[in-house]
Structure formats: structure tokens, C-alpha cells
Design a protein around this ligand. Structure first.
Ligand code: PMP
Length: 299
């Protein structure tokens, strides 16, 4: 394969040359935003929604992205093409840029725009077959009125603390509660519980990121006639669920078979998860932006 190149501020550079200054406020303060996006067989799944979330995050934190969404779409497509990738994980980062050591974001001249595309899956492949065990952790989700989880900022310390607890317990992922003890989400994925064929996922205000995968699953489930809704629930509801699964761009849809030592349902990937995963796998091939021109749907 030809050498990986990374998009950095109007040019493509070799991976080893893709470097940012230590004065970038993204590095100094986690001041910036990002998106994790996936391309399936040359189809960038729901790129429009990812870019909408990116531009919403940018507006919220007063970060001026120096490209229109249309230009950004082309840049993502270009990055995949340059790397000859069809199946890829794409990381789009817009940091505040280089400034001085003070906090003031307005000292930064211009944002750094970076797009990395490579093959990746969040969990080792074997876990998709074996399903995963998770725990709930003591680290709480940052309050929505402090730093809204809807802003996908570079400040992921909250999530990293969750990941540390998961690692120490020897599990690949963990659940965080909000300050009131309601289930919010995983360190980098949303949670769904299924009981008596009803699906529930926490609403944004509880502390969940409104995941693109989550929204896709909600749509697919509704189309298939499932009773699906946003709802507030506790760990108890998770323990007694028939099925539990996590969703996320990197994680995709992954069944959870044990939570805090409680076996979920029959301890294997359940029928609802199976059904939705199958529909999701079909959807990701179609719903998005086609990278290679021979795939363009001309109507
Ligand atoms: N929650 C958090 C905290 C995340 O970082 C992610 C990954 N972006 C998700 C949920 C899942 O969102 P999406 O389906 O858009 O990847």
C-alpha cells in the first residue's frame, strides 16, 4: 500500500510529518472539536450528520472553521482517495490553533484542520464474536450545563477517566452515570436497553452525546416497528434488561452480555440486537457520501 497521508491545513503530508505546535490550544487546553466518521466500502456513512454536529460544536465554542461544509465534504473524500481507502475510520479535528500560553482562544491566529483516515475498529475483532462485559464506574458524566455532551470537544478527560476505570477492571468499556445517578453513556458510545421488545436510550440532557449511530439505530428500529424511545433509566433497568447493546462510529453495534457481574438476558447477543445490527449493516453501505465516482448514484 502507498504511504499514508494526512490532511493538514490545505495540504497532504506524510504521517511522520503531520505535527502540530506545542502552542496549539488543542494541545495546551483541549480547546478544539472533532468527529469520528466511518467509511464502508467507499460510502462515508452519514457524513452530512457528522459535519452538522461538527459545525454545531464549532458554533457553540466560537470556533470558526475555515471551510464550508461542502468543502469539508470534499476534503474528507479526498483524504480517503489519497489513501486508497474504502473501509476506514476517519478522524476530523479542528483545534483552536497556535496561540500564546494564556487561555484566551482569541490569541490563536487560525484553527488547525486535520483529517486522518485509516483502517481501525475500536474493540479487537474477537470481541465482536464473544460479546462484551462491561461495568459501571464511579466517574460521573460531566453535567450538561457545565460542558454539554452535545459539544464534541477535544476535552475528553471525563471519558478517559471512565476508560481508566474500565481498564483497571479488565473490561473493554464502562458505563457512566450522570450526577443524579441515571445512566448516561459509555466512554465513547451510547447505550440501548431492550426489555419486552421495547428499546430505550438515554436522552441528551441526561448526559449522552447524540450519537450518529444511535440516531440511525433509532430510525431503523422505528421503521421496523419497534417501540423505541428516549428515556431516563438507572443501573437496575440495565441489569434486568433482556438485551443491552452499545452504539458508536468506532464500536458500531456491539452486544453487552454482562454488566457489573449481572448476566444480561440469556448472556448472548439477543434477537433484537441481531435484527438491528443486520439492518444497520445494510444501511451503512447506502446512506452517506460516495467516495469513488463510479459509485455515484446518477438519477
Ligand atoms: N458518546 C461519546 C462520548 C462518544 O465519544 C461517541 C463517539 N463519537 C458516541 C457516544 C457515539 O457517537 P457516534 O455514533 O456519533 O459515533
Amino acid at each position: 500500500m502507498s504511504q499514508q497521508v494526512i490532511y493538514m491545513n490545505d495540504e497532504f503530508v506524510k504521517k511522520e510529518d503531520a505535527k502540530v505546535s506545542v502552542y496549539d490550544h488543542g494541545f495546551l487546553y483541549g480547546d478544539g472539536i472533532f468527529e469520528g466518521i466511518r467509511s464502508y466500502n467507499g460510502n462515508v456513512f452519514r457524513l452530512e450528520e457528522h459535519l452538522e454536529r461538527l459545525y454545531d460544536s464549532a458554533k457553540s465554542v466560537m470556533l470558526q472553521i475555515p471551510h464550508t461544509p461542502e468543502e469539508m465534504t470534499n476534503l474528507v473524500v479526498e483524504t480517503l482517495k489519497k489513501n486508497n481507502l474504502k473501509d476506514a475510520y476517519i478522524r476530523l479535528i479542528v483545534s483552536r490553533g497556535v496561540g500564546n500560553l494564556g487561555l484566551d482562544p482569541f490569541s490563536c491566529a487560525k484553527p488547525n484542520v486535520i483529517i486522518i483516515a485509516e483502517s481501525l475498529s475500536l474493540f479487537p475483532k474477537a470481541l465482536y464474536e464473544s460479546r462484551i462485559e462491561i461495568i459501571s464506574v464511579a466517574t460521573r458524566r460531566s453535567r450538561s450545563d457545565v460542558l454539554s455532551p452535545k459539544v464534541k470537544s477535544l476535552n475528553y478527560m471525563n471519558n478517559i477517566l471512565v476508560k481508566i476505570e474500565a481498564n483497571l477492571a479488565g473490561v473493554p468499556e464502562a458505563l457512566m452515570m450522570n450526577d443524579q445517578g441515571y445512566v448516561a453513556e459509555g466512554s465513547a458510545d451510547n447505550i440501548f436497553i431492550v426489555r419486552k421488545n421495547k428499546l430505550v436510550t438515554p436522552p441528551g440532557y441526561v448526559g449522552a452525546l447524540e450519537g450518529i449511530t444511535r440516531n440511525a439505530i433509532m430510525e431503523v428500529a422505528a421503521e421496523k416497528g419497534y417501540d423505541i424511545q428516549e428515556g431516563v433509566f438507572t443501573r437496575h433497568d440495565v441489569y434486568i434488561a433482556d438485551e443491552v447493546f452499545l452504539t458508536g462510529t468506532a464500536a458500531e453495534v456491539i452486544a453487552v452480555v454482562k454488566v457489573d457481574g449481572r448476566v444480561i438476558g440469556e448472556g448472548k447477543q439477543g434477537p433484537v440486537t441481531n435484527d438491528l445490527l443486520a439492518s444497520f449493516r445494510e444501511l451503512v453501505q447506502e446512506d452517506g457520501v460516495k467516495v469513488y465516482s463510479e459509485q455515484l448514484n446518477v438519477v
